[in-house]
Design a protein around this ligand. Structure first.
Ligand SMILES: *Cc1c(COP(=O)(O)O)cnc(C)c1O
Length: 409
């Protein structure tokens, strides 16, 4: 008899986006003449920029010649790309992160999912509500969830994000060990200030906790005083790990390139009280379970960190941000309140007349043929909220908002 890992049976419901896709498919099959506009999934729509394409082509050419051919890449990533990241993302911003603290991977989804296996299963995790579901579900799979009761896992500390706290979670009153934070946030689009992040670093240091900081959307930050990295906060080098990705930054969702920053100063403790460098434990994990990112892709990624690459990346993100501005203006005209959109591709709107998230989803799909994401899919606190994204073609965004304007609530 083969027994299942019982933790898998504790996972709740269908994966949110699979569920949405099913409703959209049903609708389009029943209404083949209707043009459905998708403002739902957080996926980019603009092609890779010319600098990236040139980098990729260079990689392809090198792979075609015996003298420059590459076999297995290093687990940590090639030095040329790690050095480019250390300079562009950190040194140029006055942040002290060295090349040997940067680990290349195929995705921040994988990294945020895999990272929890470095820690004892009795560690208490804290996640925001609403949340990017990967952090929660991977911990549930590993047995850190406890039981599911009244819509929540008993062993998880939930940090509520709502209109009252302006979608910035309060510091926990009790003790937690591992804290997942994501700013600019998916799904709320909210950003955290230096002062707010400083409080989290102080909490982590006082409680020997670790912050797992997801900076997948840092490239969307346009306001000057908003931190792009947790390592802008003094003391974070001892208590934080940061996940970054080219997916949303440079349109790599289909190309796959991400990187995780583990400062040499982060130490974790074994049962005897002896300290271990977290950085080295991740290297050991990767060496066992991962065989690196394709040379060709790393050549394309390195191009992103050149000055020309940075100019092109900014141009594409400006396009998405203009889209979110159009969405935001359309909502404001209708008197619908929202957060996000300024330093983020996400708009987190409060449903009119206190409609439920799914009720609003179906109204929007059926009456405007626009698809968005029900907030409740990201957690209990997301009920009554709805996520729209600025990814998409300008004409579609404009058309979607024209249809929005005709809705009756
Ligand atoms: C899109 C996204 C990522 C990036 O994931 P990849 O696997 O690198 O494509 C990470 N975190 C959040 C919150 C995201 O929305």
């Amino acid at each position: 008899m083969v027994k299942i890992n019982p933790n898998f049976l504790k996972l709740q419901g269908n994966y949110l986006f699979a569920e949405i896709a099913r409703f959209v498919k049903e609708y389009t099959e029943a209404n083949p003449d209707k043009k459905v506009i998708k403002l739902g999934i957080g996926d980019v729509t603009e092609p890779l920029n010319p600098t990236v394409i040139a980098g990729l082509n260079e990689g392809v050419a090198e792979m075609s010649r015996r003298e420059t051919f590459q076999g297995y890449p290093p687990y940590e990533g090639f030095d040329f790309v790690r050095e480019a990241i250390a300079k562009n993302d950190f040194a140029d911003r006055g942040i002290n992160i060295s090349k040997d603290e940067i680990f290349v991977s195929t995705g921040a989804k994988e990294d945020t999912a895999n990272f929890q296996e470095l820690f004892s299963t009795d560690m208490r995790i804290a996640i925001t509500d609403p949340v990017y579901p990967v952090y929660l579900d991977t911990n549930v799979m590993s047995g850190r969830g406890g039981d599911f009761a009244n819509g929540r896992y008993t062993n998880v500390t939930y940090l509520d994000c709502n209109a009252e706290n302006n979608f910035i979670p309060a510091i926990p009153t009790g003790k937690v060990d591992i804290i997942y934070l994501c700013f600019p946030n998916n799904p709320t689009g909210q950003v955290a200030t230096k002062a707010q992040l400083t409080k989290w670093v102080e909490y982590a240091k006082a409680n020997n906790a670790l912050i797992l900081f997801d900076a997948a959307y840092e490239a969307f930050i346009r306001e000057p005083d908003i931190p792009h990295s947790i390592f802008e906060i003094p003391g974070a080098r001892e208590c934080a790990v940061e996940f970054r990705s080219l997916s949303k930054t440079a349109g790599f969702t289909g190309t796959r390139f991400a990187y995780t920053i583990i400062p040499n100063d982060v130490m974790i403790t074994d049962e005897t009280g002896a300290k271990h460098q977290l950085n080295k434990i991740w290297v050991r994990r990767q060496a066992t379970k991962f065989n690196g990112v394709s040379y060709i892709i790393q050549k394309g990624a390195a191009a992103v960190f050149t000055s020309e690459g940075q100019i092109q990346v900014k141009k594409t993100i400006d396009y998405y941000l203009e889209n979110t501005k159009i969405i935001g203006a359309g909502l404001s005209k209708l008197g619908i309140s929202y957060t996000g959109g300024k330093n983020s591709p996400y708009i987190w709107l409060k449903t009119p007349n206190n409609m439920g998230s799914w009720e609003f989803f179906h109204k929007l799909l059926n009456e405007a043929n626009v698809v968005g994401t029900p907030g409740v899919g990201f957690g209990k606190c997301g009920e009554g909220y709805f996520r729209l994204t600025g990814f998409g073609a300008r004409a579609n965004i404009e058309e979607a908002m024209e249809r929005f304007a005709k809705l009756k609530f």
